[in-house]
Write a protein that binds this ligand. Structure first.
Ligand SMILES: C[S@@+](CC[C@H](N)C(=O)[O-])C[C@H]1O[C@@H](n2cnc3c(N)ncnc32)[C@H](O)[C@@H]1O
Length: 253
């Protein structure tokens, strides 16, 4: 394993940054086949509404006009399928993910739905995209950026592949500041989610990691600053469900 000397976080543990990626890969390898079911159970179906807000913000054209979206850390393709359902015949989504098991599940699902033309899957790392610069109309990432060890590198890459006038949208768990809700959310997160992870996916530790990684993720204003540093302009964010989730938006101008 390459050692860079940088350190990152795996849940609440400090780990070398390269080791974090391996640990994250283990989590998603173990849960790939149950991933979408778990999302529904853990969020009470709310992840669907949050993703719909993301898709509405992308606003793919309803006509034949070509519109290329790159969905980073797109996993089993859930966001990609929603994007092509909402867009017209010209909307094409490339799902990039580092985990082959998640991609395999997504690819099979695309074939089942007859969406092989509209949605393609690429194995790769969000920190070093295997694409030329300036070719995407939009780049999205949903519940993925906090898993990437070098977030700054992923933001710089998202910026690089966007065309001038292209839109970056990032949906991610965020910070709940409402006192009563925060206590309830903490209890749910640290008890119910690992228990559900054990019952459904046979892996409580994986889901404990997911909860811990949410708590370590930068607050929305700090993440907006990271986006500005990467070059994005007109950066804004909207919090949803009491701050459980935030949608960040920025443009390459
Ligand atoms: C919580 S899942 C989100 C999947 C999907 N976006 C969704 O909302 O259903 C996080 C995904 O990030 C991927 N991932 C983690 N590190 C990555 C990296 N460095 N580059 C690309 N994908 C990565 C994982 O493999 C996993 O599929």
């Amino acid at each position: 394993m390459a050692q860079t000397g940088e350190s990152g976080h795996f849940g609440f543990r400090d780990v070398p940054v390269d080791e974090k990626q391996e640990l994250v890969d283990d989590v998603f390898r173990n849960v790939a086949h149950r991933y979408d079911l778990m999302n529904d159970l853990m969020s009470g179906g709310l992840h669907r509404a949050w993703k719909d807000v993301l898709v509405t913000a992308v606003n793919p054209p309803r006509n034949e006009r070509p519109f290329a979206v790159l969905d980073l850390a797109g996993g089993t393709g859930d966001v990609a399928f929603r994007l092509v359902a909402s867009g017209g015949a010209g909307t094409r989504v490339t799902v990039l993910d580092i985990n082959r098991d998640m991609i395999e599940v997504g690819q099979a699902r695309a074939t089942e739905r007859g969406l092989d033309q509209a949605v393609s899957f690429v194995h790769g790392n969000a920190e070093a995209l295997p694409f030329p610069g300036g070719h995407c109309d939009a780049v999205t990432v949903a519940f993925g950026i906090r898993n990437v060890p070098r977030i700054e590198a992923a933001l710089a890459e998202a910026y690089r592949v966007l065309r001038i006038g292209g839109h970056f949208l990032c949906l991610e768990f965020s910070t709940v500041d409402i006192p009563g809700l925060a206590a309830l959310y903490d209890f749910y997160s640290f008890n119910a989610i690992p228990a559900l992870g054990r019952a459904i996916a046979g892996d409580a530790d994986a889901y404990r990691y997911l909860v811990e990684s949410i708590r370590r993720f930068p607050r929305p204003d700090a993440f907006a600053d990271m986006m500005r540093t990467a070059g994005f302009r007109q950066v804004s964010f909207q919090r949803m469900s009491g701050g459980i989730v935030a949608l960040h938006s920025g443009w390459r101008l």
